[in-house]
Design a protein around this ligand. Structure first.
Ligand code: BGC
Length: 426
């Protein structure tokens, strides 16, 4: 099973999770309040900001040809309306280094983290965010657009809705189920009192009513959903006006929803909410970014949680690499333009499990290609072991391990396997 020569195979990262010292971002603020629900602060992360050359070289050396990474809005515009040209130079260097190494860059303009000032202005429930986001995109794309073949405007645009659903489920369900659901979005379990203190402190740090603190990873209203879609549409139209050659898309977190007898309506509803409902806003897009990690099974009463014998990843999801092929199959019935698998991966301490996961997931992608589904690339999550948001550094999704005390890189076998698949097939 050899993938076409122009098929993109590589890995993905996000600025806040790998670069380090993203001090003007909302996450930095949330990590540092005294009653933070974050397991630990991101601090230097894996210092990718200074070591990107080494990391891209490792990716290239293995045989890969694509790197998905994000540009950090909080670095580019640390203060409202003040753009930092030195930071633009940095990302220009990263992009040029990719090209020098024949690595196709896939750039995400927003991957969960936002400038702290944006949250003080009402964040992702405020109409003004649309204009602010477009201004930031205009600045980046005017300066760097000629170096970027693929842009994902927003990472996992549907994440707010998924968080809202999980919260609702938790309120109406027993603690065990609730706890399981929390882990699935990476939220930490905190006592109510700690939560109350945390929210009060967030209000103080963002200088806003605590009830109005709206970072990207928050439960979202219907209007918040529309705001995200308007950000996407306006950014896409602007990017195409600046440089029509840039291929523009957006990414979604998509589970493989499977029905047991009686669960069919739940599956339909989930697909509607996770994906189909967004389609009207994506009609002018050039490609779709699909991100998948596992499946969800639905019975007549709703979600059926895996039993104690089920093989799971370190994130507690079910280990089920076949989910990716099935999601692509479903998506292709409603989307005929190119698809990039912008994320797919596993957190595990055993790299053999990762190798197996990648091979099984890519076998699914290969079957889709054979059926004529226009998948054009796959970027494994993640290039490096990194900062897994509220769960901190314990999760290990990476193709490369990092000793954070020295920032030494230790490429894993899975990195070579991924590169070999690019070179010689499965
Ligand atoms: C996000 C990543 C995250 C990964 C693993 C995706 O939802 O885009 O930032 O690290 O999942 O949990």
């Amino acid at each position: 099973m050899k993938f076409p020569d122009n098929f993109l195979i590589g890995a993905a990262t996000a600025a806040h999770q790998v670069e380090g010292n993203n001090i003007y971002s909302d996450f930095w603020a949330m990590e540092h309040v005294p009653h933070s629900v974050y397991k630990e602060p991101s601090l230097d992360a894996v210092d990718h900001y200074h070591r990107y050359e080494e990391d891209i070289r490792l990716l290239k050396g293995a045989g890969c040809n694509a790197y998905r990474f994000s540009i950090e809005w909080a670095r580019i515009e640390p203060t409202k309306d003040i753009f930092d040209s030195k930071e633009m130079e940095h990302y220009k260097d990263v992009l040029e280094f990719c090209h020098q190494n024949n690595i196709t860059p896939i750039v995400t303009l927003h991957h969960f983290s936002s400038p702290k000032w944006l949250i003080a202005e009402g964040g992702w429930e405020s109409e003004t965010t649309i204009e602010y986001f477009v201004n930031y995109c205009r600045y980046v794309v005017s300066e760097l657009g000629h170096l970027i073949p693929y842009i994902c405007t927003i990472n996992e645009a549907n994440m707010g809705k998924q968080i809202t659903k999980i919260m609702k489920r938790m309120m109406g369900s027993d603690t065990a189920k609730g706890k399981h659901a929390e882990v699935q979005v990476g939220l930490n379990v905190a006592t109510e009192t700690k939560m109350e203190k945390y929210f009060r402190e967030l209000g103080e740090t963002f200088a806003i009513d605590p009830r109005k603190v709206q970072p990207f990873l928050s439960p979202r209203t219907e209007n918040g959903e529309l705001i995200i879609m308007k950000c996407h549409e306006k950014a896409r139209d602007l990017i195409k006006a600046i440089n029509p050659k840039i291929q523009v898309g957006i990414t979604f977190s998509l589970y493989d929803h499977q029905a047991l007898p009686g669960g069919e309506e739940f599956v339909e509803k989930e697909w509607q909410e996770d994906f189909l409902g967004y389609l009207p806003f994506l009609q002018e897009d050039d490609f779709l970014g699909v991100q998948n990690y596992s499946r969800k099974i639905h019975g007549p009463e709703g979600i059926v949680h895996p039993d104690e014998h089920t093989r799971r990843t370190k994130m507690v999801y079910e280990y089920y690499p076949e989910a990716l092929g099935k999601v692509l199959d479903f998506v292709s019935k409603h989307w005929t333009k190119p698809i990039i698998v912008t994320e797919n991966g596993i957190s595990t301490g055993q790299d053999e499990e990762r190798v197996e996961f990648i091979k099984r997931a890519l076998a699914g992608v290969y079957c889709c290609l054979e059926k004529g589904i226009p998948v054009i690339g796959y970027t494994y999550w993640s290039l490096l072991d990194n900062f897994e948001w509220q769960l901190g550094y314990d999760q290990t999704f990476g193709l490369i391990a990092v000793d954070r005390s020295t920032q030494t890189r230790y490429p894993k076998e899975s990195l070579s396997v991924l590169g070999e698949i690019k070179k010689s097939g499965l």
